[in-house]
Design a protein around this ligand. Structure first.
Ligand code: SAM
Ligand code: SF4
Length: 350
């Protein structure tokens, strides 16, 4: 579709806004919400955060009750898939209360999937309860299997905790997908082994290109490894067959004949995936970002707190969806070796 059609968003009355579907000006229906429940993290992955991050004052955060209300408003407006992320979602105090409470939307059938993206460090503690709450699969971020490199990437993380978390998740019956950022000179040689390891445990692996988000104290050009190159190298060793499936998101998948597993590529820099984008993101302060690669932001905390019914909120959501941009603005090259988007990935959770 080329341009905005007449606003599909204007609800007939404020009450209609509570349940009207969210369709953006380019005809894309929003059915996937990613919620960053905290900007804090127990790691400092060098491509994600600077070492001395300033985190939000706790008083600025939405309470867990407010996050629940916000998610529930989106579910009423057609969100079917909800992903909790961060920062590190499992470091938010009492986050399982939120998961448990949101699981009522799975029981009612309003939500078809509740999931999370985690660095895995706290997973051993929470895996069983996540499964009890109806979470079926999760994404765990892990860029290397080498403890020393893991510490280098995360600045102080211990890989054993993550591996323990992954095993606890598998033992609890959760499906696990590994996400790894492809990093020039760091894990590029290890990617075939990482894939064999993941597939050997029946876990999918998705590779991600570094995205230029937030000041991190070093240039992106040193980290950026195009996945087109990674794929070409893997294709010399493995038989990769494109899979037709699409999640409406940025990942493209192949099957790997030799391992029997699935490999995903998230290529914001070399492939544009915006046409089929079905997702929006909210931060832990209630800011709605309708595109990961834009500075656009709408405050939902104010309408959320302004009244006990959700009409102002639903109206604010509709207005924000009406401004969803057509596509992202990411560029990394020698002339543009600085953030395209000033917020860090940990604000929106990827
Ligand atoms: N802490 C959790 C984790 O690491 O899975 C959730 C939040 S983290 C921001 C979500 C994902 O974003 C992780 O897979 C991480 O590797 C990825 N990520 C962070 N910064 C990135 C960047 N600049 N470019 C590409 N991916 C990034
Ligand atoms: Fe933390 Fe995840 Fe960012 Fe790493 S990628 S610093 S684990 S939020």
């Amino acid at each position: 579709m080329n341009g905005p059609s007449a606003s599909p968003l204007a609800a007939a009355s404020p009450r209609d806004a509570l349940s009207s579907a969210m369709t953006d000006p380019f005809g894309r229906t929003i059915s996937y919400l990613r919620v960053s429940v905290t900007d804090r993290c127990d790691l400092r992955c060098f491509y994600c955060m600077s070492e001395d991050m300033t985190f939000l004052p706790k008083a600025d955060l939405l309470t867990l009750e407010e996050l629940d209300r916000l998610c529930t408003a989106f579910i009423a407006k057609g969100v079917k898939k909800l992903r909790l992320t961060g920062g590190e979602p499992l470091v938010r105090r009492n986050v399982m209360t939120l998961v448990r409470s949101l699981s009522r939307h799975l029981s009612s059938g309003a939500l078809s999937e509740l999931t999370l993206t985690t660095n895995g460090t706290q997973l051993a503690k929470h895996a069983r309860e996540l499964a009890d709450c109806g979470v079926r699969r999760i994404n765990v971020s892990l860029d290397t299997l080498d403890p020393k490199k893991f510490r280098e990437i995360t600045r102080w993380g211990e890989i054993d905790k993550v591996l323990e978390g992954i095993e606890a998740a598998r033992a609890a019956g959760l499906g696990v997908k590994i996400n790894a950022v492809a990093l020039k000179n760091l894990n590029e040689d290890e990617l075939p082994d990482l894939m064999r390891w993941a597939h050997g445990k029946s876990m999918g692996l998705t590779l991600i290109e570094v995205m230029p988000m937030g000041e991190i104290g070093s240039g992106r050009i040193d980290q950026y490894l195009p996945l087109s190159l990674v794929r070409a190298r893997l294709a010399q060793q493995f038989t990769l067959t494109d899979l037709a499936e699409s999640t409406g998101g940025p990942a493209r998948y192949v099957s790997v004949a030799e391992t029997g597993g699935k490999l995903g590529f998230i290529t914001p820099m070399t492939h544009n995936f915006c046409e089929s984008c079905n997702r929006v993101r909210i931060t832990c302060t209630g800011t709605l970002h309708t595109c990961l690669g834009h500075e656009d932001a709408s405050d939902l905390r104010k309408p959320l707190r302004a009244s006990d019914d959700d009409m102002l909120l639903a109206d604010a959501i509709d207005r924000a969806i009406g401004l969803k941009p057509k596509g992202h603005d990411f560029i990394i090259d020698r002339r543009h070796d600085r953030p395209s988007v000033s917020r860090h990935m940990s604000v929106t959770g990827g």
